[in-house]
Design a protein around this ligand. Sequence first.
Ligand code: PRP
Length: 207
Amino acid sequence: MLNIALPKGRLGDKVYELLDSIGYDCRDIYLDNRQLIFENEATGVRYFLVKPSDVAIYVEHGAADIGIVGKDILLESGADVYELLDLHIGKCRVCVAGKNDYREDIGRRLRVATKFVNIAKGYYASINREIEIIKLNGSIELAPILGLSDVIVDIVESGKTLQENNLKVLTEIVPISARFIANKSAYKFKQNEIDTMLAMLADKLEK
Ligand code: PRP
């Protein structure tokens, strides 16, 4: 059995469709219930539905052999896993954003609201800018509007959330897409199964 951690929600739906399309189906996943584990003995897969930000943790600790996760989560967690394939779905960007009329005061320490603390710290260290991090867990866009922070570091996909809140992208830090990851020892013991799946995915992505 291959144990696969799938992110719940938007990205998870797309990823599952992709896996289904190459033969790794598990019909019950389409049932509208609260089940978190789906297994198909015939196809040899067991899916775990986990919070997107937890996928890398399940894989790093070996609770799942493989997982599909956004590059943002991988960068933020620093998880010690193999990153084996870029699936080119779930594309977005991690950006610095601020109010439309934002003017930077370089004489002051910058207050940065984000859930991507490590990505934000890494970016500002790379440009030698002193910052104060304000860690939030969602609706990050509110922070500069309410004066809680000067800027935010967050995911931008369509740009709609920024636009509808009178905010704009100031800098793009890194482009993001979904990645296929594997636990390091699982990749030794289940290399054949994992490589077979990888080859089918790579083939499907080329078409
Ligand atoms: C993410 C991100 C932005 C939004 C960007 O939020 O934090 O708020 O999507 O998408 P857009 O550019 O297409 O508008 P998510 O929906 O993950 O919820 P969150 O507020 O809990 O982070």
